[in-house]
Structures are given as structure tokens and as C-alpha cells.
Design a protein around this ligand. Structure first.
Ligand SMILES: C[S@@+](CC[C@H](N)C(=O)[O-])C[C@H]1O[C@@H](n2cnc3c(N)ncnc32)[C@H](O)[C@@H]1O
Length: 269
């Protein structure tokens, strides 16, 4: 019952994870005075406002993330992908216009991935003069999108992955927390998007980070995920997936390339 429902609303496969339902949905069942899982299920199914469905998605998704998670994709971004992309875009951008760079963090969780990308760009390109950088972070969970949008992090979050010099350069202290500086925040937009529903953006993305979300999906939804992303990627764009994820035998339209300890994918031409 729950397994099929959760898969249909967000793709996450919890079929053999009864403990997840128990631990993550219990607080909602309690809040709604439900005496059984069945009662909660019917309340959620019959809630036409969609509020309960969103609550369930917020509770069931795993939002684990950190700044510069796994590090090597960010090294690859700085030393391989951005220089290559900028070279290509310089050739096609009319003189006098800013060079466009469009990056999407698909399944961005609480925003650390997108802000790490923004910081990596600043570290590579400097003050961004001459560039039109637009960064999009999306996630299916409203709660994490709201937190990402605020750009405020506690001590433990900051200590996971942010070197002290980066912290001082790109964040400001706000009481006991740290807030991303406005100049970085201004590059980013955050939105609620289910990656298993097809979505069309006005411009294709040069780079898409879609990391550590396919691991929660079964094969059919993994295929759907990367197919949807492929449609929104520029024909010479770059897709970066999680360290334990692979497109092999899933999406023949992509080709993999290795750079040091990382891999990126491009659409076959
Ligand atoms: C483990 S986090 C990964 C965050 C970040 N990409 C990283 O690697 O650090 C997985 C995220 O995927 C989101 N997610 C799960 N299913 C999704 C779906 N169908 N569409 C969009 N986001 C989804 C979750 O809400 C969660 O925030």
C-alpha cells in the first residue's frame, strides 16, 4: 500500500523498508490522530488540497547533503568543465555580451550543492564580470527548498565540507548561524520540481548536477529521471551524477568521460 503510493508520488522505493514508514510517518500519524497506517493512508489519498501528500514527501525523502560533497566533482568543475565550457561559449557569444552559464542542481536538498557550485565558479572565474551566471536548485521536498532559499546554515552543516577560508569569503555570521552572502545568493533560484514529471525550461542547461537521488529509485524511474534531464541539457552540456550512480545500460543517449577521480556525461552527437 505505502510502497506503491510513495513510488507513484516521488519515485522513492521503500518497498522493503517498513522501518522507514514507521520512523518517518509516525509523527504525521500522531499529529492527525490516526489509529492505524490504513487510516493515515486514506486521509492522505483523500486530501484533495495535496497538503498531506506534501507532508508525506517531506518526511519520506532522505535529504542528506553537505558542502562540496565528495569533493572530486567540484575539482572537475573547476579545472575541466568550466574552462572547457567557457572556451566554447566565448566562441558563440556576440562580442559585448556576457557569457551565459546555466547550471541546474537537480535534487538540491537544502542547497549546499548549489552554493558549492556557486563558490567553485567564483573561485575559478573571479568576480564574474563578463559572465551571466544563473543557477537553479530544485527538489521535490518543499521543506528543503525553503531552507535552501534562506541560505542559512548551522555550525554542524558549516563544518561539513566548508574550509575556513571559504566560510569567511562567502558567508556572514548571523547570531549563531552562517548566511550565504547576497552576491552568491543572487546567482541562485530555488524551485519545487518532481524530476519524474517532465518539465521544460526556457533555456537549456550547460551543466546539470543530479547526484544521490537515482539511488532511491528503481530502474524504470532512473531511466525516466535521466531522460527528462537529457531533454533539458544543452547538446554540448555536462551531466554529473553521484559517485555510486551510473548511466551504464540505462540511457544510451549519454556517453561517459573520465576526469581524474570523477566522471561526467554528455549527450552523444
Ligand atoms: C540525498 S539528497 C541529495 C542532495 C544533493 N544532490 C547531494 O548529492 O548532496 C536527495 C534529494 O533528492 C530529493 N528527491 C527525491 N525524490 C525526488 C524527485 N522525484 N524529484 C526531485 N527530487 C527528489 C530529496 O528530497 C532529497 O533532497
Amino acid at each position: 500500500m505505502w510502497g506503491t503510493f510513495i513510488k507513484s508520488v516521488c519515485g522513492n522505493n521503500i518497498e522493503d523498508k517498513a522501518y522507514l514508514i514507521e520512523s518517518r510517518l509516525s509523527p504525521i500519524a500522531k499529529e492527525l490522530n490516526c489509529d492505524s497506517w490504513q487510516e493515515l493512508y486514506y486521509k492522505v489519498k483523500n486530501d484533495i488540497s495535496g497538503t498531506l501528500k506534501r507532508k508525506i514527501i517531506n518526511a519520506i525523502t532522505t535529504n542528506e547533503t553537505s558542502f562540496f560533497r565528495d569533493n572530486s566533482p567540484f575539482e572537475m568543475l573547476k579545472y575541466k568543465i568550466l574552462p572547457d565550457l567557457i572556451d566554447k561559449r566565448k566562441k558563440t557569444t556576440p562580442s559585448g555580451s556576457d557569457i551565459p552559464i546555466r547550471i541546474w542542481s537537480a535534487a538540491c536538498s537544502t542547497g549546499q550543492e548549489l552554493y558549492s557550485i556557486a563558490i567553485a565558479i567564483r573561485e575559478t572565474v573571479g568576480n564574474l564580470k563578463g559572465y551571466d551566471v544563473r543557477l537553479l536548485g530544485t527538489d521535490i521536498s518543499d521543506d528543503v527548498v525553503t531552507k535552501a532559499s534562506r541560505g542559512i546554515y548551522g555550525k554542524i552543516e558549516i563544518e561539513r565540507g566548508l574550509a575556513p577560508d571559504m566560510l569567511n569569503r562567502y558567508f556572514e555570521k548571523k547570531d549563531s548561524e552562517w548566511k550565504i552572502k547576497d552576491e552568491i545568493r543572487a546567482l541562485a533560484t530555488f524551485k519545487h520540481i518532481n524530476l519524474l514529471e517532465s518539465v521544460t525550461f526556457p533555456n537549456k542547461f550547460d551543466i546539470v548536477f543530479c547526484r544521490n537521488v537515482a539511488i532511491y529509485f528503481l530502474t524504470d524511474d532512473r531511466k525516466k529521471l535521466y531522460t527528462n534531464i537529457g531533454k533539458e541539457l544543452a547538446s554540448d552540456g555536462y551531466l554529473i551524477i553521484g559517485a555510486t550512480e551510473s548511466l551504464a545500460n540505462l540511457c544510451p543517449q549519454f556517453q561517459s568521460f573520465r576526469y581524474l577521480r570523477s566522471v561526467y556525461y554528455q549527450l552523444k552527437r
